[in-house]
Design a protein around this ligand. Structure first.
Ligand code: BGC
Length: 437
């Protein structure tokens, strides 16, 4: 492995609903994922995040795993309904206390706390009032950022407002495969705009409470047209605008791109200035490229997603394409030039069906190969002049993978859910050695 610049941030990521469990303690309110997971047929294995990895009780053990890994940062998310059970009003002290203990434990272990404010677990009460379709949710989000940073702002080293607003819009509100399960197709655009507005308002709220840098974590996927036809290329451009530019152009001051669904009547005077509030870091989550071809006659979408041939695949059937990460980092540099802030890769990882062998060891050579390729791709992008200053593996632990329940394992650490036993995989040792170097 080639050398990385001194001070490069190596980390791992998780999110609240996927690991914490303890969904009814300390006055936590219900989130849209508690509701959604209980609806028959939503989650492939019929499970919920009620227990997940029981991290709320086992956070000290998990902090020790982070210390053993030697990472310089840990990206976790804060559960909004633990802080404000109905998404409004004063913060619950007991809810904040949990994150306070976590943050202090991380600092004592020499690990920088990196906190995401919204990783999809909206308080159910806000959803009942329209959720992100309701403009007021943006204001509620800024209030939540304010009360959270009032307590933790002095110790969290990087604040991330939203996680993957594109996925929350498209899977949660466009296609209905994530909570809250709405099927609005392109009528989901207000969800994009109100998340971005909430982000901009939260940036201002955070700046008033903390001197730490502020970021957003977007999901990117380089788009590969299935063929050479003009129709395939046009479909690929439409998908690219939606996935890769809708949530980045306005953040970097360019306004909305010409993407399917963009509805200017939702955008009020001054909104674009709020959204373009300067950020310090752009978080980049990357898993795979997307193949796109022209849609069939009569399709409600201007593109069709196709499986890309010629790549190895993960247990999710996602193509393993480390080059895609280098490509998208260069594309961000070429697209945004001087407007592009520092980048940290805030998620990168893969699911495989890892199981302990007869001796109880978990060998995951595919994950090591996956991470090795993606880390090298980051190094190449840095060499080409892209300002990348960090790389976080998704995920520290096997965890509750949304609509896939417990069927997909992304962790460097295996979790046996019935006993909650944690077993570091061979990829944990590999990453530890990389970080150490
Ligand atoms: C999300 C994670 C998720 C991972 C793997 C990302 O889209 O931020 O919560 O577990 O991908 O699907």
């Amino acid at each position: 492995m080639p050398d990385f610049p001194a001070g490069f941030r190596w980390g791992v990521s998780t999110s609240a609903y996927q690991i914490e469990g303890a969904t009814t303690v300390d006055g936590r309110g219900p989130s849209i994922w508690d509701t959604f997971a209980r609806e028959p047929g939503r989650i492939v294995d019929g499970t919920t995040g009620d227990e997940a990895c029981d991290h709320h009780h086992r956070y000290a053990e998990d902090t020790a795993l982070l210390a053993g890994l030697g990472v310089s940062a840990y990206r976790f998310s804060i559960s909004w309904p633990r802080i404000q059970p109905t998404g409004a009003g004063p913060a619950l002290t007991a809810g904040l206390d949990f994150y306070d203990r976590l943050v202090d434990g991380l600092l004592a272990a020499g690990v920088d706390p990196v906190a995401t404010l919204f990783h999809w677990d909206l308080p159910q009460a806000l959803e009942d009032a329209g959720g992100w379709l309701n403009r007021d949710t943006a204001a509620r989000f800024a209030e939540y950022a304010d009360v959270t940073a009032a307590r933790l702002g002095d110790r969290v080293k990087l604040w991330i407002t939203l996680n993957e607003p594109f996925i929350h819009m498209s899977l949660g509100h466009g296609m209905g495969v994530h909570a809250p399960g709405r099927v609005l197709l392109f009528d989901a655009f207000p969800v994009a705009h109100h998340q971005l507005l909430g982000h901009g308002l939260a940036v201002a709220a955070l700046r008033a409470r903390t001197a730490s840098p502020v970021a957003i974590a977007n999901n990117y996927s380089p788009v590969r047209p299935a063929g050479d036809s003009d129709a395939d290329r046009a479909a690929a451009a439409a998908y690219d605008a939606l996935h890769n530019r809708l949530f980045t152009d306005p953040l970097l001051g360019l306004g909305y791109p010409d993407a399917p669904g963009v509805d200017p009547t939702v955008v009020r005077d001054g909104d674009l200035d709020v959204i373009a509030a300067p950020i310090d870091v752009l978080g980049v989550n990357y898993y795979n490229p997307t193949g796109i071809r022209a849609p069939e006659e009569g399709s409600p979408l201007p593109f069709e997603i196709v499986l890309l041939d010629g790549y190895p695949r993960t247990a999710f059937d996602w193509p393993v394409a480390p080059d895609g990460l280098r490509e998208l980092l260069l594309q961000l540099r070429d697209r945004y030039g001087d407007a592009l802030p520092e980048i940290q890769v805030t998620e990168s990882g893969c699911a495989y069906d890892d199981a302990p062998d007869a001796q109880g060891r978990v060998n995951d050579p595919e994950r090591i190969a996956y991470l090795d390729g993606h880390v090298r791709a980051v190094h190449e992008a840095i060499g080409a002049g892209v300002p990348v200053t960090g790389y976080f593996v998704w995920s520290l632990l096997d965890n509750w993978e949304w609509a896939e329940g417990f069927t997909k394992r992304f962790g460097l650490v295996h979790v046996d859910y019935p006993t909650q036993r944690r077993t570091p995989k061979s990829s944990y040792a590999w990453f530890r050695d990389l970080v150490r170097r």
